[in-house]
Design a protein around this ligand. Structure first.
Ligand SMILES: C[S@@+](CC[C@H](N)C(=O)[O-])C[C@H]1O[C@@H](n2cnc3c(N)ncnc32)[C@H](O)[C@@H]1O
Length: 195
């Protein structure tokens, strides 16, 4: 089968740099997501890159939890696998290769979804955000963080509007250096449909 054409996405060379331990000083996964993730949860890391957050999430969900690490680039999933092995958490992580316009997890309902520095790379954001809302259990949260050097305040507002149309309710903005972020839940209409 022919390989799907992929638009501009972050290359693996940048990801190797993003996986450096100093990153934890400014983007500490436990501080950012800890209150939304519990032991035993099933969580999704969309655009997992090299697994910086997938591995941290795997530690948070513990032995009874599961992390679905999703990326459209095989090389990213390979880097995530190596990083998970190094940290002894591979058995909690499912590596899932998606398509650029299809997360392809329609059978899943999960407790938490993360999209860190990836939504601006998605070609059809409306379809993508709709699929995110369909992944969430009724009380689950979706955390979206975008890099402020790639996404202007106006562009971020546009994404927030698209998220609203996709059934995602803004819960609170997330303050983080060099970033723009929002925590979402489901709108009540969507909750009714998905429960
Ligand atoms: C800038 S990197 C961020 C990686 C990771 N979230 C982190 O913060 O370290 C963006 C990642 O999103 C992935 N990506 C881009 N578009 C995607 C899409 N439509 N579906 C899934 N992954 C995508 C890229 O392959 C890349 O690994």
């Amino acid at each position: 089968m022919a390989e799907e054409a992929i638009g501009h996405v972050c290359p693996p060379s940048v990801i190797r740099w993003l996986n450096n331990p100093i990153r934890k000083l400014i983007q500490n996964p436990r501080k950012i997501m800890g209150e939304h993730v519990s032991p035993g949860d099933t969580v999704v890391d969309l655009g997992c890159g090299g697994g910086f957050f997938s591995v941290a999430l795997a530690k948070m969900v513990g032995v009874n939890g599961r992390v679905i690490a999703v990326d459209l680039q095989n090389e990213m999933l390979d880097i995530t696998r190596d990083f998970a092995v190094k940290n002894g958490v591979l058995e909690r992580i499912t590596l899932h290769r998606c398509k650029s316009n299809d997360i392809d997890l329609s059978d899943e309902k999960v407790d938490f979804v993360l999209a860190f520095y990836m939504v601006h790379e998605v070609p059809d954001r409306k379809a993508f955000l709709r699929q995110v809302s369909e992944l969430l259990k009724p009380n689950a949260h979706f955390m979206m963080i975008e890099p402020s050097h790639h996404v202007t305040a106006e562009q971020f507002d546009q994404i927030l509007n698209e998220a609203g149309s996709a059934g995602l309710k803004q819960l609170r903005p997330l303050r983080m250096i060099l970033s723009r972020g929002m925590l979402f839940g489901l709108t009540s209409t969507n909750e009714t449909h998905s429960s």
